[in-house]
Design a protein around this ligand. Structure first.
Ligand SMILES: Nc1ncnc2c1ncn2[C@@H]1O[C@H](COP(=O)(O)OP(=O)(O)OP(=O)(O)O)[C@@H](O)[C@H]1O
Ligand SMILES: [Mg+2]
Length: 597
């Protein structure tokens, strides 16, 4: 798994990954300017406080001038109010931007993931993707939403305090500065390490969530096979790894914080010491020293905050990197820049010419080899052959989930590689080998075939798929919720919903992969009738249909049966013709029909 995600990941340097967020932040320039304004006001106000303090110390406590003391404290009060308001605005604005940016990043990652091809999903686990979309975006949010605002504030404060220190006492500033290179060096060196460690921690978290989602999705199997102890142990191992990884990161950050605090604290003590000697020798006033120390404290706390935040920012850089990898993944199957158009109306002529295909995950084995087949508009062809012959693969290529390694596939004479995959897929209705049902109502699931369909059409599709009867017996009829993955339905019921969905789709090309394999004889007969109606199409316009079937009885009546073995076509003809030979079909038929009679 680690190797898999590794493939996804280009090497990144320092904060570079954060730059990738720029397109998401840019639209909010106006707000950012406002936030900066609020920030400068707040920082400016807090930088005024030590000056006020100096006035109080040097003049407020001297007899004769004590009348002014009220003025100084009122000034203090005003500054505090401005500071409070400006800080609140900064906080609100920056958090708003953070929330907005993260929502946008989440949306665009999800939308991009939907555009990726089958090959990507074979490589990356769903749980891993989910973790990136939730855990990593949340991390990015803390950074943009709060850390960035704190960091900016601390930077401005540090700079301001520095300038004011220099103004107050150049000599003490120079002394204080001896420790700065040390502080900076330790922050930068350790921060870099934190980013790498943080990235590793996030990877570990993603692993736990991938594991959890796999197990949870198969909970009946897990429990039936009493596999819980193994899964507990695996999950435990994964969380422990995540924990260890998190602790390694934290240890580094703790060390970094300690180093910075001690360095800064020591230099403040040193400076105070020298300053006190100067005040005693009357080389500077007590107020001046007070003011200087206050600025030094502001500087120290800002730098301390920065060093901590630096760690946060590094963490977010790691998380952003993981998100941007997804965004940077190009779909293998892509729409051409100028997609070809299909002739209107689509006739549904299919042609495979010398197609060769290997699955990317199994490069040494040809799933299809030298596969050539023409299906004329409105024709219904059966694909039969032993398990693993490559029948379902034909559908995968026709839907352009993969592109063939050699040869061409044409729809109405247009190479499907030149079509926009969405346009191609809109011409196809498919009932796949494992019917997929979504959480939602029965009606939602049928309407999936054509979201614009009205209730009567949904109902008609269900009738044709022999689903209407069982649906009406359910307590809420078509509004019955079916649970995640249709868990509350039987296998045959799921299959009939999938057929109803394909019926509703009303596309010129129909692909049926073992569409009736889970049905009993009675329902199969009903569905076969519905399928026959569907294949016949509307207004005398038959649909082009490819039927995959293991049970030869269901396809016997089709005029053309194509027999496949090991990715190749080994024979074709009608049932009557094929049964006369000595080939694979005759053998399969002998086995199946013998068993029945
Ligand atoms: N996603 C995949 N990645 C790698 N290999 C695959 C993939 N899907 C199928 N294969 C392999 O390709 C070959 C053809 O598979 P395919 O699913 O087309 O068989 P099939 O004829 O539909 O079999 P069945 O009747 O059991 O459904 C098999 O050897 C299978 O192991
Ligand atoms: Mg199959």
């Amino acid at each position: 798994m680690a190797a898999n995600t590794g493939e996804l990941r280009p090497a990144a340097r320092r904060l570079a990954p954060l730059a990738a967020l720029a397109p998401f932040v840019r639209p909010h320039r106006g707000l950012i300017l406002l936030a900066l304004l609020a920030l400068s006001i707040a920082a400016g106000a807090s930088l005024l406080l030590p000056v006020a303090a100096r006035q109080v110390i040097d003049h407020g406590f001297t007899r004769g001038e004590s009348a002014h003391i009220g003025r100084y404290f009122l000034g203090f009060l005003a500054v505090t109010i401005v500071m409070g308001l400006a800080s609140a605005s900064r906080y609100y604005l920056v958090t708003w931007i953070g929330e907005r940016v993260v929502a946008d990043v989440r949306n665009s990652v999800f939308s991009h993931v939907l555009s990726l091809s089958t090959e990507f999903f074979e490589r990356v686990r769903t749980g891993e993707l989910l973790s990136r979309m939730t855990a990593d975006t949340t991390l990015v949010q803390t950074v943009i939403g709060s850390s960035a605002s704190f960091a900016l504030r601390s930077m401005v404060m540090a700079l301001g305090a520095l300038v004011m220190m220099a103004v107050t006492s150049p000599k003490l500033t120079a002394i204080a500065f001896l420790s700065v290179p040390l502080v900076l060096a330790s922050i930068i060196l350790m921060g870099r390490r934190v980013r790498g460690l943080s990235r590793a921690a996030q990877d570990r978290i993603a692993e736990t969530s991938a594991l959890a989602s796999e197990v949870l999705n198969a909970i009946p199997t897990v429990q039936a096979y009493t596999h819980e102890p193994t899964d507990r142990r695996k999950f435990n191992e994964a969380t422990e790894l995540a924990f260890a990884s998190g602790i390694r990161r934290t240890r580094f950050r703790a060390a970094m914080t300690a180093a910075v605090f001690m360095l800064v604290g020591a230099s403040i003590v040193g400076v105070l010491w020298i300053g006190a000697i100067d005040v005693l020798a009357a080389r500077m006033s007590a107020g001046q020293l007070g003011q200087f120390v206050l600025y030094a404290v502001i500087l120290a706390s800002s730098v301390g905050a920065l060093s901590e935040l630096w760690g946060e920012v590094q963490r977010a850089a790691g998380a952003t990197e993981r998100l941007m990898e997804i965004l940077a993944t190009e779909p293998q199957v892509r729409a051409p820049l100028e997609p070809a158009r299909l002739p209107e109306p689509v006739q549904g002529r299919l042609e495979f010419s010398a197609v060769r295909f290997v699955y990317p995950t199994r490069p040494e084995h040809a799933a299809l080899a030298d596969f050539s087949l023409v299906v004329t508009p409105g024709e219904a062809v059966a694909l039969v052959g032993p398990s693993g012959a490559g029948k379902s693969t034909v559908f995968q290529l026709l839907l352009r989930f993969f592109d063939p390694g050699a040869g061409r596939i044409l729809l109405d004479g247009v190479n499907i590689a030149q079509l926009d995959p969405t346009q191609l897929r809109a011409q196809i209705a498919v009932v796949s080998q494992e019917p997929v049902i979504f959480a939602g109502s029965i009606a939602d699931n049928i309407r999936y075939g054509r979201p614009a369909a009205d209730d009567a059409e949904v109902r008609a599709a269900a009738v044709a798929a022999a689903a209407d009867e069982f649906v009406r017996r359910l307590p809420q009829g078509y509004d019955t919720l079916v649970g995640e993955r249709g868990i509350t339905l039987s296998g045959g019921q799921r299959q009939r919903l999938a057929i109803a969905r394909a019926m509703l789709r009303d596309a010129p090309v129909l692909l049926l992969d073992e569409a009736t394999s889970a049905l009993d004889g009675e329902n199969e007969r009903l569905v076969q009738q519905g399928l026959a109606n569907l294949m016949a199409g509307r207004g005398g316009h038959a649909r082009t249909t490819i039927v995959i079937a293991h049970r030869l009885a269901t396809i016997q009546r089709l005029r053309r049966i194509v027999v496949m073995d090991q990715g190749r076509i080994v024979a074709q003809g009608s049932h009557a013709e094929l049964i006369q030979g000595e080939g694979l079909y005759a053998r399969l038929a002998a086995l199946q029909f013998q068993a029945v009679t």
